[in-house]
Design a protein around this ligand. Sequence first.
Ligand SMILES: Cc1cc2nc3c(=O)[nH]c(=O)nc-3n(C[C@H](O)[C@H](O)[C@H](O)COP(=O)(O)OP(=O)(O)OC[C@H]3O[C@@H](n4cnc5c(N)ncnc54)[C@H](O)[C@@H]3O)c2cc1C
Length: 376
Amino acid sequence: MKKPVTIIGAGLGGLTLARVLHVHGIASTVYEADASADARAQGGMLDIHEENGQLALKDAGLFDEFSKLVYPGGQQSRVLDRHGNVLFDHPDDGTGGRPEVQRGELRRILIESLPSGTIRWGHKVKAVSSLGGGKHQVDFADDSKETTDLLVGADGAWSKVRPLLSGMKPVYSGISFVETYFHHADTYHGQTAKAVGGGSLFAVAPGKGIQAHREPQGVLHAYIALKRPEAWFEGIDFSDRESACATIAGEFKGWAPELTALITNCETAPMLRMLHTLPVEHRWNRVPGATLVGDAAHLMIPSGEGANLALYDGAELGKAIAANIEDIETALGRYELELFARSAAAAVGANEIMEVLFGDNAPQSLLDFFAASISA
Ligand SMILES: Cc1cc2nc3c(=O)[nH]c(=O)nc-3n(C[C@H](O)[C@H](O)[C@H](O)COP(=O)(O)OP(=O)(O)OC[C@H]3O[C@@H](n4cnc5c(N)ncnc54)[C@H](O)[C@@H]3O)c2cc1C
């Protein structure tokens, strides 16, 4: 390849690809819309799975650094009913295989592992187009442009690269999360901090739920889930913290105050995360010189897999390119064959988890799920 591989997006998928290429002596340039590494808060904890995310970090030569980031105790899981009664409490005994790290810290070690100048911050892609013969042009918002022999879309849910390969657009899943944060929770929100415990809390019911996670330095991070149409959420003014929190809390009347405090007492403005998905079987015909990784390829309902898949896709694509450097089309074809199969399986699993969490039989379905996972 004459030119560096062009990667759009410095999320976990794009950065892992750039790092694995670097490990194999292959240059890349990552174009990222954000102005800098710290331009945006990177959001909560991620559990990194033995079977995908951790393998990717080993391929990236960053497993030891990752291990130093692990938050002890973070794998504890608790299920409470709406009255605050503990239905299930599984401690973090260190054998869970899904250690928790802060997303921002994981992203930082990937960024720091790349040669300086690899990431071009403040480069928002406006459009991409084919020049024929496997070459592509990338147009940026500042009217600059680049041409490339190998273009990888790692630019997430609303990828600008995806339309080169697929006509599919994400559609609303029917469920959204409202995200809230609490600092110094043990001091100022003692009952709620106790209810959450040392790791994850799930208080779920048909069509709704309160999920929270403890983060380092006494932070609680909650996702309030509601199955409601887009228009229902669009009718809420999320810039008006009090009234938005009151509307969401109104959906949890009669729930224990230590749980609803995760909605009503939040210290930061609640953030709406409308959840969109691509079809479970999303795939495309081979397009010379271009492919996708992570959410750009397979946007699914959050089930704890998305970041792990992005890491894994990045590593697998990096290795496929390195193994077929003289024949990039073979590399992309092999990578996509496996990508399509694993993402379809993960998307089916993600939909099943949504049913376990918020289906008609919740929370019993979640208790059954945990019981089956522990005995497996
Ligand atoms: C509410 C919520 C909770 C989640 N929780 C978890 C979890 O606990 N565990 C888990 O494994 N997964 C979780 N996920 C899924 C996970 O966040 C994603 O699957 C993962 O971040 C995908 O990584 P990515 O690198 O493909 O994309 P992203 O992380 O979205 O990164 C894409 C990058 O591309 C950049 N970009 C976008 N557009 C452009 C453009 N036009 N030009 C240039 N750059 C651009 C973005 O700024 C960003 O840096 C969650 C998702 C949501 C919505």
